[in-house]
Design a protein around this ligand. Structure first.
Ligand code: ZN
Length: 247
């Protein structure tokens, strides 16, 4: 299980930056909740958030929770202010720019700037509490300037929030090699008689054959290590097969 800790910046009595009728705490929460939503489409990932509502949470409470939980990654989401424009990301200032944390950040940063339609202000380093006090790899994103009209307009657009959140999730999926869960209504068409097995492991090895699966349309119940579990009854486990058709 990969443990991802998502930290929407600010909250409660701390609004964060403000501008153009927006409060940073609300924008960060919207993005963070969407990141969680997109991450749940992946297998073997479990998510915790420093807050899921407009709640006051201290910086040390955030890092303590992630540290005690043993998170594999700490992702902090913020909105910038101060009259600039664009997107930037941070890792802790004392880390090497070629280390593991930097590599992860680069992957996620690149996924985000591909789609966020904001100027790329660069991959930065900073001495910020959540980056310094978190024991795992961590990154903080600054998703545009709330006090710059063009950036703020984007933050008011639900589609943009979804795009930015999905890019955060896609980046994390890349870093941790996460695989998408099969959808219950995904179909699989079998064109020839194929051996079915009790487990994905058996299917992979071609051992302990359970049955012969006949050609036809099936639902995909589950996927694991290149093998798929196909079933005639949607949502009910069937048999494991090797989709590459190994005998
Ligand atoms: Zn902030």
């Amino acid at each position: 299980m990969v443990k991802i800790f998502i930290d929407p910046g600010h909250g409660g009595v701390d609004s964060g930056a403000t501008g153009n009728g927006l409060l940073e705490k609300n924008v960060t929460l919207q993005i963070a909740l969407l990141v969680r939503k997109y991450l749940t489409a992946y297998e073997h990932v479990t998510i915790k958030m420093s807050r899921t509502s407009d709640k006051t949470v201290t910086l040390s409470a955030r890092t303590n929770e992630a540290n005690n939980w043993g998170a594999d990654y700490f992702l902090s989401i913020h909105i910038n202010a101060g009259g600039g424009t664009g997107f930037e990301s941070y890792i802790y200032s004392r880390l090497s720019s070629s280390g593991e944390t930097a590599k992860c950040r680069n992957i996620i940063h690149n996924e985000i700037v591909k789609v966020n339609e904001l100027r790329d202000r660069g991959k930065k380093q900073g001495n910020l509490h959540v980056l310094r006090e978190s024991m795992m790899s961590s990154m903080l994103t600054e998703n545009g300037f709330i006090d710059t009209k063009a950036d703020a307009e984007k933050m008011k657009d639900k589609k943009w929030l979804e795009t930015v959140a999905k890019a955060h999730a896609d980046g994390l999926a890349k870093v941790f090699h996460l695989k998408k869960k099969a959808h219950k209504d995904d179909r699989y068409t079998m064109t020839k008689n194929t051996p079915g097995y009790y487990t994905a492991e058996d299917a992979k090895k071609g051992k302990n054959k359970k049955s012969t699966m006949l050609p036809g349309k099936y639902y995909i119940y589950k996927q694991a290590s290149g093998m798929i579990n196909i079933t005639k009854q949607k949502g009910v486990p069937g048999s494991w097969i090797d989709p590459k058709g190994r005998k």
